[in-house]
Design a protein around this ligand. Structure first.
Ligand SMILES: [Cu+2]
Length: 349
């Protein structure tokens, strides 16, 4: 029934359009073709002005609505540089856009078809060609130079005093590892990976691993105003560590270690006040489609003071101690257990 109604409605719309077209044809014959054409031209010219005004208003509204969602407050020093570059680019291109579009729509209105005017033949002008080639070229070169400067500072080696945190993606969550008192992350080998007691495949023969702390809930604790170097990896497919508030992202590739560094500048507590949102958390998103549970790969970042961070780290039990707790495992993860774990992991595969 609804199908029949839809077809009838479409047919009716066609009949109405056809009748209107016929009526205008008859009106043209009665009033004179030229008069009707002049009126149509004027209507189209005014409609073009309306399109321009509504278009500019629409762009402004979209900007107001989308910018806070797409570009949350920047909470890293790199983020401020990114935002400045974006602002400069948007202002420059915005000015050019506004001038060219205003001229385009003004010309369609001002020079609508008229029998009193003949068109002016203007095929070429060397000065104009030179002007609109060199000015954009110089502007683009300056923008690229600013971008390259920022890029080289962001991709430069992390400062010596950086906090080091490892983040490893897997289908479908993030595993985060912190070095213990020795400030060194121990070696790991994918052949040691075992979901039961060695999620990152840590090599227990390497003593540096014994005090490392692992957070499997995807919570990353960072120190405010201290550079952090992220050591990024993946256990299975390609993921991507996306940190929108810090304007950073980097692929997590199986078999390859990638890194990135930045300095968080606003603590989570301060951000709660700035945003007026008591539940605010910095998010880690996976920015690479990695499987059916991709949407659920949400982690969080807690930015805190150095004192708070030390206190938090003191409370954490090392992963080595956790997996070797008497109640959890009958046998300690000695060298032989590591070997057994290795063979188990291989058998599982
Ligand atoms: Cu993903």
């Amino acid at each position: 029934m609804s199908g029949f109604l839809t077809i009838t409605l479409i047919a009716l719309v066609f009949i109405i359009i056809y009748q209107i077209a016929k009526a205008s044809e008859y009106a043209a014959i009665l009033r004179g073709k030229e008069k009707v054409e002049r009126q149509t031209n004027r209507t189209i010219a005014w409609l073009m002005v309306a399109v321009f005004v509504f278009g500019i208003w629409g762009i402004w509204e979209c900007h107001e609505y989308m910018m806070p969602k797409m570009l949350p407050i920047s909470a890293s020093d790199h983020g401020v540089k990114y935002d400045d570059m974006l602002k400069v680019t948007l202002i420059l291109t915005g000015i050019v856009f506004f001038i060219t579009q205003t001229l385009l729509f003004w010309f369609t209105y001002r020079y609508q078809a008229s029998e009193k005017r003949t068109s002016y033949y203007f095929p070429h002008n060397n000065k104009l060609e030179l002007l609109w080639t060199t000015v954009p070229a110089i502007t683009m070169a300056v923008l690229v130079a600013i971008g390259l400067r920022a890029w080289s500072s962001m991709t430069a080696p992390a400062p010596e005093n950086s906090q080091v945190v490892e983040i490893v993606g897997k289908q479908f969550n993030w595993i985060i590892r912190y070095p213990g008192k020795d400030k060194v992350l121990g070696k790991r080998d994918f052949r040691n990976i075992n979901d039961a007691n060695n999620v990152l495949g840590l090599d227990w023969n390497d003593k540096a691993n014994h005090d490392d702390v692992i957070a499997e809930n995807g919570e990353m604790h960072l120190i405010v105003n201290k550079p952090v170097k992220l050591i990024i990896g993946s256990r299975d497919v390609i993921h991507d560590v996306g940190l929108a508030h810090f304007r950073m992202k980097m692929d997590a590739v199986p078999g390859i270690v990638t890194t990135m560094w930045f300095t968080p500048t606003i603590t989570t507590a301060e951000m709660k006040k700035i945003t007026g949102n008591p539940n605010f958390v910095y998010e880690i998103s996976c920015d690479q489609m990695c499987g059916k549970g991709h949407y659920s790969m949400r982690g969080t970042v807690i930015v805190e003071t150095e004192v708070q961070h030390k206190a938090w780290l003191m409370m954490q039990k090392s992963y080595y101690a956790t997996v070797n707790a008497p109640s959890d495992a009958a046998t300690p993860a000695t060298d032989s257990t590591a070997k057994a774990t290795t063979s188990k992991a291989i058998t599982m595969n």
